[in-house]
Design a protein around this ligand. Structure first.
Ligand code: ATP
Length: 562
C-alpha cells in the first residue's frame, strides 16, 4: 500500500513574514532590464561597473545556466537577483507575472554547504520543516511524510540517519536542495551546484534540477565548463563576459550563433567549451560583436510552449513508499488552507535548542574547552594561592579574578551573597561582550569587524580600572572610563570580594601589609564608593542597547534585501 501526499503547493510569505499562503499554478518568470552594478574602484571617486546594462528573462519551468569566464559577473548577477547585493544596483527586476516583488519566493543555494554537521539528515529536515511550517498548519505526521517524500525523490532516503558531516559532496548538494524544497520555492538559484562533483554525480544533480524545473519552477544556476551532455540539459544559457550579456538562448543554437560572427566550432568540440574560449578572447576580442549579435531576436529562446512543464497545481500527487509501522493512509493537504510559520518566539526557542544540541554533540569544542577552562582555572588558582586571605597579596588578585574556581582556590570569603554577586557580574559582562560582538558583526564585514572589535577590546580594558587604576587617571580620562562596560563589571567584582570585609591576616614573616584593610585597597584603586545595583543596571542597559541596535541593523538589512 502506498501513502499519498499532495505537496505540490506554492507558498507565499507575506511582507511581514508572519503568514504563508499557498498559491498554486502561477509562473514566476524573472525579468531584468538594463541592470547596472557599480562598485567603488581602487582609487578615490573611481567607480567600477561590474554589470553594464544587461537584460534577460529566466522563465518558469526552465533550467537556465549562467555562464562566462571568471570575473564576468555571474555571482554578482545571482547576488542581485536574490537581494544579497542591493547597493550600487540600477535597473528593474520583475518577479512573476504580476510584476510585484516576489523575491521571497526565491531560494539561493550557495556554493558552500551550510549544515549542522552533528545533526542527521532527517533531523536537519525536521528542524527546517518546524522552522518554516507551524504545527497548526501541518502536524508532525504530515511533516514527516513531506520529508519522506522529498528525501525519496532526491534519493536521500538511505542516508536519512547519517550525520550531515559524513555525507558525500553530491549528497550534500542534494540535501541543500531538499532543505529548500520543504517550502516548495517557485525560484531556485544555485551557485555552481556541480563544482567538485564527478561526472556521474554531476549528471544526477542536473537531472534532479531538470525534474524540479519541469514541475514549474525557475531553476537558475551558474556553471563552469559543463560537458556536452550537461550543457544540452539546459533550456537556456545566459552568457556573460566583461559585464555584458553576449548570448542568451538555447544551448542547441550556440554553434550557429558563433558561426554568424565568423567563429566556427571545430567538429567534435564541446560547444560549451568553444563558447567559453570565444568569450575568453582565445580567438580575438569578439565581445562587442557578440554583444550586438546576441540582441537579435532570432537567438532569443522564444519557446513559450510549456507543454512539457507540469505547473505547480493542486492535486499533483507524489507517492512515497509505505513507512514502517504505519497503516494505509492517504494524507491530503487542503489546497485552500493557509500555511503559517510558527511564531517568532518558538523559532527562536528551536534555534537556541539546535545550538545547544550542536554544542553538546561537538566533543572537540565542548569537552575539550571545558577541560581547558578547568585546567586554566586550577593553574591560576594555585598560582595565586591564598591571596584572598593573605594581606600581602591583596593587589595581585585584581588582575585575575574571573571564575568561581579561582574564587574558591584563592580562599575568598565563602559568603553566599558575595559568590552570587561575583558570578552574576561575570555572566552579565560575558553577555555584554557577546552583545557587542554581535552588534559589530551586524554592521561590519568579518575583516573590518575583527579590526574594530580589537580596538574596542583594548579601549574597554584600558579604561576599566584594571590595567590603569582609576586613581591614576586624570579627571577627563576618568569621565571617558564610564564608556567602558568592563569598568562597571570590574567595580562589581571588586565590591563583591572586598566591600564591607573584615581585615585579612598579615603573614607572620611580613613586617607591614599595606592592604590589610579592604578599605585601604578600595581607596587605592579608586573604588571606595561602589553601587553594585546601579552598575548591574548599567551593564544590562548596555546589553539591551547592543541587542536592540543589532536587531534593527539586521532587520534593515533583511528589508533592503527584499
Ligand atoms: N563589491 C565589489 N567590489 C569590488 N569589485 C567587485 C565587487 N563585486 C564584484 N566585483 C568584481 O566584479 C567582477 C565580477 O565578479 P563575480 O564574482 O561576479 O565574477 P564571477 O563571474 O562570478 O567569477 P567566478 O567565476 O570566478 O566566480 C570581479 O572582477 C570582481 O572583482
Amino acid at each position: 500500500m502506498k501513502l499519498k501526499i499532495l505537496d505540490k503547493m506554492e507558498f507565499e510569505f507575506q511582507e511581514n513574514g508572519s503568514m504563508l499562503k499557498n498559491n498554486m499554478g502561477q509562473d514566476y518568470d524573472i525579468e531584468f532590464r538594463d541592470l547596472f552594478y557599480r562598485v567603488k574602484g581602487q582609487r578615490q571617486k573611481e567607480q567600477k561597473t561590474v554589470l553594464k546594462g544587461i537584460s534577460g528573462t529566466f522563465r518558469a519551468g526552465e533550467l537556465t545556466a549562467i555562464m562566462g569566464p571568471s570575473g564576468a559577473g555571474k555571482s554578482t548577477l545571482m547576488n542581485i537577483l536574490t537581494g544579497f547585493s542591493a547597493e550600487g544596483v540600477e535597473g528593474s527586476i520583475k518577479f512573476g507575472n504580476n510584476g510585484g516583488n516576489m523575491r521571497k519566493k526565491c531560494c539561493y543555494i550557495t556554493q558552500d554547504d551550510h549544515f549542522y554537521n552533528f545533526f542527521s539528515v532527517e533531523e536537519s529536515m525536521m528542524l527546517a520543516a518546524s522552522l518554516k511550517i507551524s504545527d497548526k498548519s501541518m502536524n508532525i505526521r504530515e511533516k514527516k511524510l513531506l520529508i519522506e517524500s522529498i528525501l525519496e525523490s532526491l534519493k536521500l532516503k538511505t542516508t536519512k540517519s547519517n550525520r550531515c558531516g559524513s555525507l558525500s559532496g553530491g549528497q550534500k548538494k542534494r540535501l541543500s536542495i531538499a532543505l529548500e524544497l520543504i517550502h516548495n520555492p517557485a525560484v531556485l538559484l544555485l551557485d555552481e551546484p556541480t563544482t567538485g562533483l564527478d561526472s556521474s554525480t554531476t549528471s544526477d544533480t542536473m537531472q534532479l534540477l531538470q525534474g524540479l524545473a519541469n514541475e514549474g519552477r525557475s531553476i537558475i544556476c551558474t556553471i563552469h565548463q559543463p560537458s556536452t551532455h550537461v550543457y544540452e540539459m539546459f533550456n537556456q544559457v545566459y552568457v556573460l563576459s566583461q559585464g555584458y550579456c553576449v548570448y542568451q538562448g538555447s544551448p542547441h543554437k550556440t554553434v550557429d550563433f558563433l558561426a554568424t560572427v565568423g567563429l566556427h566550432c571545430p567538429p567534435y568540440h564541446n560547444p560549451a567549451d568553444f563558447l567559453l574560449e570565444c568569450v575568453n578572447g582565445d580567438y580575438g576580442d569578439f565581445v562587442d560583436v557578440l554583444k550586438e549579435e546576441s540582441q537579435k531576436a532570432e537567438w532569443y529562446y522564444n519557446n513559450n510552449n510549456k507543454s512539457n512543464m507540469r505547473t505547480l497545481e493542486a492535486g499533483n500527487e507524489i507517492q512515497v513508499p509505505k513507512m514502517s509501522g504505519t497503516s494505509e493512509v492517504s494524507v491530503t493537504f487542503d489546497a485552500t488552507k493557509h500555511i503559517y510559520p510558527p511564531p517568532e518566539w518558538m523559532r527562536l526557542w528551536m534555534l537556541v535548542g539546535r545550538c545547544h544540541v550542536q554544542i553538546l554533540r561537538n566533543w572537540t569544542t565542548t569537552h575539550l574547552k571545558l577541560l581547558l577552562h578547568i585546567v586554566c582555572a586550577v593553574l591560576v588558582g594555585f598560582l595565586y594561592g591564598d591571596s584572598g586571605s593573605n594581606a600581602n597579596k591583596q593587589l595581585i588578585i585584581f588582575s585575575s579574578i574571573y571564575s568561581i574556581i579561582i574564587y574558591i582556590l584563592t580562599d575568598q570569603y565563602m559568603e553566599f551573597d558575595r559568590i552570587v554577586k561575583f558570578i552574576l557580574t561575570c555572566m552579565v559582562v560575558t553577555l555584554c561582550a557577546e552583545g557587542m560582538g554581535m552588534l559589530v558583526a551586524t554592521i561590519l564585514s568579518p575583516v573590518n569587524g575583527v579590526f574594530v572589535i580589537s580596538i574596542i577590546t583594548c579601549f574597554t580594558l584600558i579604561y576599566s580600572g584594571f590595567l590603569i587604576y582609576l586613581t591614576h587617571m586624570s579627571a577627563p580620562m576618568r569621565l571617558i572610563s564610564y564608556l567602558s562596560p568592563i569598568r562597571f563589571g570590574m567595580e562589581n567584582l571588586t565590591s563583591s570580594v572586598f566591600l564591607n570585609r573584615a581585615d585579612v591576616q598579615c603573614p607572620s614573616n611580613v613586617i607591614y601589609c599595606h592592604f590589610k584593610s579592604a578599605k585601604t585597597l578600595l581607596k587605592f584603586v579608586g573604588m571606595e564608593s561602589i553601587n553594585y545595583g546601579l552598575n548591574l543596571l548599567i551593564l544590562f542597559l548596555n546589553l539591551a542597547v547592543y541587542k536592540i541596535i543589532a536587531y534593527i541593523t539586521l532587520k534593515r538589512k533583511v528589508n533592503q534585501a527584499n
